[in-house]
Design a protein around this ligand. Structure first.
Ligand code: AMP
Length: 482
């Protein structure tokens, strides 16, 4: 089914609620769909034509999600942008994507040379003013699985961000595969506390529920206290690993508090096996870890029924083919994007001759056929001609008493090409010296893998999805000695 066909199925029940907000508002599927239709009309009346990009940098709101569906209905291309991007970064995206309309919060300096409409987090702004002048009827542009529905810029932790072109078919096939695999039904209530400019909150969480007729318990941001409070009404949570480490710090997280929940899903960054175990011990729930990326939607998942193996991301989704070649993870299937926006060379370079997308992630299948991710190819360190996989060293450091977490990177070195360097965060009050860490590592590692330098820091830089930004570490420590 395409997204419009899924919507038609949802609209049959006028009572059915799609979104319940943390401010008391709620939207039935019919109301939500009408809102999307009105937004589509407003965009068209403001000059958007079929295939035009609609760039959106706004705070999380129901209207922001409805804008995606407005683009689907109107044959437009949704282009969400991280709220953290500065004016400089935005000007790059606007010149690269050439959207016809840019939607941003009111009261901020507006870029020139582009039509700007405003939207605030409470559902106000010029976009809404225009939408209110329209009627609820809207003639949808015919749904075509090949049509581009969205461009999502990759997070760009290495080099410039590239726009990943996602088709209607990419999104609808993935939503339906996940809804089936994770057994979502109209009875489900999913806590939605993720940002909506990223594939996880925008597509995985929202479209999976949309495809199953369930309900979103929509939170404007992730707040542990708030999530704990809403949990008794919920059946499922989708989050990044940080959600789970934070929930574990809450005393109220018990078997009793989670007894109505049927599913906890984690992804977007590695969930430590230790976190998986701690969560299971406290709640009796084995977090289901899955793996995907902006370009491919979701690729693999631990099983719903059957063993959910800590430290693995499970098996390929039905219909998707995942293989490992020379250590690199490659993917083919209806979920895989159509290429990078206006960048055919880069697109060609990232696909194999037989049509697999080279994810840039490294991994292997374990003895039970579960995929284990061992890092990013770009993070591989080559020191004195030897390959060093940061994860192997990080795991050893993380297991040391007194260590909270670590990130191992390669820094330019005149002698070795790259010098293995470990950036380490200690637990509060721990008195572990750099020399202790090196000594302990020497017991377990070939000497070329041992860090030449240990840098102790208070915290690791992370992006909003909880990913450690190794590029920031390389920039910070690569130029000046510490
Ligand atoms: P993004 O495009 O921002 O969603 O980032 C995608 C990248 O996040 C992937 O290529 C992986 O490197 C990483 N990633 C996503 N899910 C997982 C996971 N479950 N475990 C480890 N890394 C993950």
């Amino acid at each position: 089914m395409t997204l419009l066909e899924i919507a038609q199925a949802r609209l049959r029940d006028p009572e059915s609620v799609f979104i319940e907000c943390d401010d008391g508002r709620s939207f039935t599927y019919v109301q939500f769909w009408n809102l999307a239709g009105q937004l589509a009309q407003a965009l068209v009346r403001q000059g958007a034509k079929r295939g035009d990009r609609i760039a959106v940098q706004v705070e999380k709101s129901v209207e922001a999600i409805a804008l995606f569906y407005a683009c689907v209905r109107g044959g437009l291309v949704f282009l969400p942008l991280n709220t953290a991007y500065t004016a400089n970064e935005i000007s790059y995206f606007l010149s690269d994507a050439e959207p016809s309309i840019f939607i941003m919060p009111p009261g901020k300096p507006q870029p020139s040379g582009i039509k700007v409409l405003t939207l605030d987090e409470f559902g106000g702004g010029t976009l809404i003013d225009y939408a209110l002048q329209t009627s609820s009827g809207f003639d949808d542009v015919a749904d075509d699985a090949e049509r581009m529905a969205a461009i999502l810029y990759t997070s760009g932790t290495t080099g410039k961000s590239k726009g990943a072109m996602l088709s209607v078919g990419n999104l609808s096939s993935n939503a339906q595969a996940l809804a089936k695999l994770w057994q979502f039904t109209a009875q489900d209530k999913l806590i939605h506390a993720l940002p909506v400019y990223h594939t996880h909150g925008l597509f995985v969480a929202t479209n999976t529920v949309f495809a199953s007729g369930g309900r979103l318990l929509f939170r404007r941001k992730f707040d542990v206290e708030d999530v704990m409070q809403v949990m008794p009404q919920a059946t499922a949570l989708m989050g990044v690993p940080t959600f789970y480490t934070r929930l574990l710090q809450h005393r109220g997280l018990t078997r009793d508090a989670t007894k109505h929940m049927r599913l906890f899903v984690s992804g977007s960054a590695p969930l430590l096996a230790e976190t998986h175990k701690a969560f299971y011990d406290r709640t009796g729930h084995a977090v289901l870890e899955r793996y995907g990326m902006t370009e491919t939607n979701m690729n693999t998942s631990n099983p719903y029924d059957g063993e959910r193996r800590a430290g693995t991301v499970g098996m390929a989704l039905p219909g998707t083919d995942v293989r490992v070649r020379e250590g690199g993870i490659e993917v083919k299937g209806p979920n895989v994007f159509k290429g990078y926006w206006r960048n055919p060379e880069k697109t060609k370079a990232e696909f194999t001759d037989d049509g697999y997308f080279m994810t840039g992630d490294l991994g292997h299948f374990d003895e039970k056929g579960y995929l284990v991710i061992s890092g990013r190819a770009k993070d591989l360190i080559i020191t004195g001609g030897f390959n060093v996989y940061p994860k192997e060293i990080e795991e050893l450091i993380d297991a040391m008493p007194g260590v909270l977490e670590s990130a191992v990177i390669g820094l330019p070195d005149s002698d070795f090409g790259e010098a293995v360097t470990a950036v380490v965060v200690l637990k509060t009050g721990a008195a572990l010296a750099s020399s202790d860490i090196i000594q302990l590592l020497k017991l377990n590692l070939a000497s070329y893998k041992c860090p030449k330098r240990i840098i102790i820091v208070d915290e690791l830089p992370r992006n909003a999805m909880g990913k450690v930004q190794k590029n920031v570490l390389r920039q910070t420590y690569g130029v000046r000695p510490v």
